[in-house]
Write a protein that binds this ligand. Structure first.
Ligand code: SF4
Length: 248
């Protein structure tokens, strides 16, 4: 993919129309809206990654939510899943604040970027395998561009895990075969990309599995704020990012 830097990639992503079903859905949701947001202009397009171009920690979700990121245009912004994620990031010192309501709310991430393997909101939060595969080149290119600084990754949920491992392999990292199954608390090392010329210690990354921050998990207590903070702290540690204890 002939794309220069991350900013150019992000711009290209927002114009993608490769998946007819998802294009139709994201635009229909943007037209019909949810009553609570009737006076807002929905983004209604693919959502690029959010966070600095030299991030050492990457968080990989599933896909934008219809009335969350598909409305605001920023990953995990404007919905309950994002409320949980950003609160935890702020609790451990990786975000400037614990709320995310709009793309211009001033929120900053410290050394962290958030992305997803599918960039358009899918009906029922379920992209098809074809849609997942169609979107993979965007994630692969994002990983290649982040490679000089990337040290650790948190993958939220089994879908993200299954979608991300082939993307890491395509971006050059050594992914074990057979591919390890997703589990909350899973941790594995992906060996350095061969072409990077880096010694393993500096080019390898640590991959962490974490239950997704969906309401299905957080409302039922399957994923508690402390469980999420624990994974984020461990991943930040692997990424060389400072964290703070909670409550601080
Ligand atoms: Fe393009 Fe990905 Fe959206 Fe499909 S899901 S239209 S590949 S950005």
């Amino acid at each position: 993919m002939d794309v220069g830097g991350l900013a150019e990639l992000d711009g290209r992503i927002t114009g993608c129309r490769a998946c007819p079903r998802l294009v139709e859905w994201r635009e229909e949701v943007a037209r019909t809206k949810r009553a609570a947001f009737a006076d807002e202009t929905y983004w209604g397009r693919p959502v690029p990654g959010f966070g600095p171009a030299d991030a050492s920690l990457l968080i990989v979700g599933l896909a934008p939510a219809a009335h969350g990121a598909n409305r605001t245009g920023r990953m995990f912004t404007g919905d309950r899943s994002g409320d949980v994620l950003y609160a935890a990031l702020h609790d451990v010192g990786l975000a400037s604040k614990g709320t995310a309501v709009s793309a211009d709310d001033g929120l900053e991430l410290y050394g962290v970027r958030i992305t997803s393997p599918v960039r358009c909101a899918p009906p029922a939060n379920k992209p098809t395998p074809d849609e997942r595969d169609a979107c993979r080149p965007w994630l692969v290119r994002e990983l290649e561009l982040l490679r000089p600084s990337l040290r650790a990754v948190v993958v939220l949920g089994a879908f993200g895990w299954q979608a991300a491992l082939p993307a890491f392999a395509a971006a050059g990292w050594a992914v074990p075969r057979p591919r390890p199954a997703f589990a909350h608390g899973a941790r594995l090392t992906l060996g350095a990309p061969l072409e990077s010329g880096s010694p393993l210690a500096s080019g390898s990354i640590e991959l962490f599995g974490c239950f997704h921050v969906s309401q299905r998990n957080t409302f039922t207590g399957r994923l508690t704020p402390e469980m999420l903070r624990e994974v984020l702290r461990a991943a930040a540690d692997a990424a060389g990012l400072p964290t703070k204890s909670y409550p601080g």
